[in-house]
Write a new protein. Sequence first.
Lengths: 322, 433
Amino acid sequence: MGEEVRNTGNRAEDRLIALLQEFNWEYIGGGRDIECASRKHDRDEHGIDGYMAYEDPYLSAERGVIVESKSKQWESWGPSSLQSDAKQVRTALECSTRSEDFDEKLNNYENRRRDTAILGAFTNDDEYDHETFQAYVESCKVKRGGGPSHILILGNRELNRLASIQNKYREIKETHTEGEDIVEADLDFYYPSLQEPRAAPKRRDTISFEYLFSDYVYAKLQKTELNGTDTDTTDVSIVFNSAGIDQDSLEFLYYSLRDNDGLDTDEVWVYSYLPNGGENADETYDSAVDSLENILPPDKEFRFSELPQVEYKSYAEDLTED
Amino acid sequence: MKEYPSDQDYKSIVEEKYGRDKAQSFFRRHSHVLVHSGETEDLANLTRRIYLGYDRTTSLKEDVLEKDKRKKATAFIFETESEEEDLVQDLERTINTDYQYNENKELEVQSVASTDNGFDINLQYEDRSPSRRPLQNTQTRSITVSLTQTDDEEVWQGTQEYRYADEFNAASDFFDDWESKRLKERKPSIKRINFNLETIPAEDSVEMFNTFLQDAPSEWRFEQVRELGIKQKGETGGVLEKEEAEFEEEGEIEEELDEQLRGITDAVFKGSGLRENQFVQDCLDSGFYFNSVRALFDGLDSTDSIEVELQFKQNPKTTFDLSIVEEYERRDDGYEPGNLGPDKRENTRKEFRSSIVDLYGEYTDRESLIQNQYGDELTQFNGITENNVDQLHDLGIETPQDLYDADPETLVEEVDNIGETRAEDLTEESIEN
C-alpha cells in the first residue's frame, strides 16, 4: 500500500514537472532529502520532490521553484490535509534558502531567487468540487512574519486551466510559426513594462510564476509569411483571459491591453477560459463583444474566442511520454 | 473604470489602504497563493506582476471602501512653551489665506475649535496621488486632530482618529510644516512626539500590555488573548546568536505563540502573571518584545463583546493604532456577529485609547524620548543625512532650532556635504565672502 501511494505521488510529480517544462521551465533535480536547518520544523530532513528554475522577466537572477505534487482521492482532501501539505512545502522552501545541503545537492550554488513553491493538489477521482476545494485553500494558514514565501496551490480547476492555456499556446506556435510559408516568426509571452522601479517590457518564451495565477496572460506573435513573391508581416497581441466575459470584464480587458502597450499590433486574439463549460457562454460573449463596438478601434481586427479546454491529467501524461 | 490601473496603482492601494492581512487573504482567496510574509510591501509588490480582471479589481476596491469599522485611533505627545491662545491664533491666521501646510496636498487649516481642555484642529486636504487615479478617486478629505492639555503645562496630548494611512500622513505633514513655519517666524517651537515602543524596556512593555488587558475601561472585561505580535529589537542582532537559533524568525515564534495563547490568557487572569509565563520569559530572553495584541472583551452591562487590536508600529509611522476589529453579540450558544452602533463604537475606542496613552505615559521616560526624536528630526532637513547627525551634535546642534540658529560658515566648514547654498538655506542667513 505504502509503495503504491508513493508511485502515485511520483506520477503526479512527473505530470506537474512536464507541464512546467513545456512552459520552458528547467528541471534541475529532485527526489532528494535535504537536511533541515530549522529547529522549529520538527524534522531532520525535507524531501524535495522537484526543483525547477526559470528566467524571470523582471528579475536579474533566475528564480528557483520547489515543485511538490500530491494526488489523492477527493475524500482524502480536507482542510487539515491540505494545510499539512502546504506547511510541508512551506517548511521545505524555508530550508531551501538556508540549508547548505540544498545548495550543494540541488542548487549547485547558483544564484537563484528562492521564495517560491508550487503545490499541485490533484484529485484523482471524479468527485472534485471546486467550491469546497476553494474553502480548503481559504482555511490554510499564512504566516505574518519572515518571508516572503509564496506557495501557489493548484487544484484540478487551475491545473486544467493552465493545461488549456499551454495547449492553445502550443497550437498557435505550431500553426503560425512553423510552416513552409513562414519566413520568420516568433511567439512569446509578453510582459508589460513596470513603473518605479522601472522595468522595460519583455518578450520571453517562458511563463513567469506570477502568470500562473494572473487573470490575464499576454503573449505576442509576429510572423512574416510568403505571399507570392512578396512577404507579409503580421503582429498579433494575444490574451489568455481567466476573468469573466461579461461586458464590464471585456471592457476592462480592453483597457488593460490599451494601457499596457498591447495594441501596437494588427490583430488582437482573446481566448477566454470558461470553466463551467460555458453554458450560455456564446450568447454572453456575443452580446458583450457587440457592446464593445464603440470602444474597440476600428482599424484592428479583434477575435474573441473561448479557450478550448483540455483535461490536465491526460494532457500532462502525454507530455511525459514525449 | 475607464482605464487599467498601473502597477503602481495596485501597489499603492495595497500598501496604503489595504494592508498586509487583507492582502494575504485576498491572494489566498482569489489566487490560491499563500504569501507568508511580515511585510505589506511584499504583498504590494506581488500585485505589480499579475494582471487582475474586472471582478477581482472591483472586489479589491470595494474591500478598501468597506474598511469603515476599522477606524483607528492614534495618539501622540505635543510639547510647546507657547500658551494655548498663541497656538490657536497662530493657526487661525492661516485660515482663508492661501497658506498651505503642504502644497502637493493643498493641506489647509479649516477651523480651530475650543474643547473642554484644549482645542481641535480641522484640516482639509486633497487625497491625490497621480499614480493611483483609477483605483482611488481624488477627493477632498477632512481630518480632525485634538490637542488636550495634560497636568504638565507644556505637554499636550494629541489624538486623531483615522481610517487610511494618508489621513495619518496628512496630520503628520501638518505638524512638520507648522513646526518649521514657527521656527522661521522665530516663535517658540512646537514638537510632536510619536509613541515608540522601543523606548520602553521590554519587561516594562510586557507589564504595560498586561495592565492594558487587565484594567480594561469600566464596561469591559478581559476574556481572552486572541493574538500577540512580537518583534525583535533592532539592535540585538548578532549579540544573541545562541538564542536566535531557537527563534529563527518572527514567523516561527508567532506560530509557537498561537499554541501558547491559552497559557498567556491564563497568565493575564492571574494578576501580573504575564511576565512569569515561561514562554513570555523565553521571548524576552531572546530579545523579542511584544508589539501588538488582539484580545476579546465582554461587555459587563450588555451582551456586546468586542475584539480590540492594539498595534505599535515603527517605520514609516511611529505610532500605535487601536481598533475594534470584531463586534459580537453573546448568546447562550456562543458569539454571533454583532454591531455596537457608531456611538458606542466611537466611545469604546476612545476609552481604550486613553487607557493605553495613560499607560504609555507611566512606562516611558519622556525626556529620553524627546532626545531620541531630535536626532531623527535633523535628518528630515534637505541634505542632512544620518552621517551628518554626529557632526552636528559635536557642534552642539541638537534641535531644528539649533540648526536654524547656527552660523552658516561653521556648517560649511565642519559638516560634510553641506555647501554654501545649503547652509544659507538651513539658517536663512547669507554667507559673506
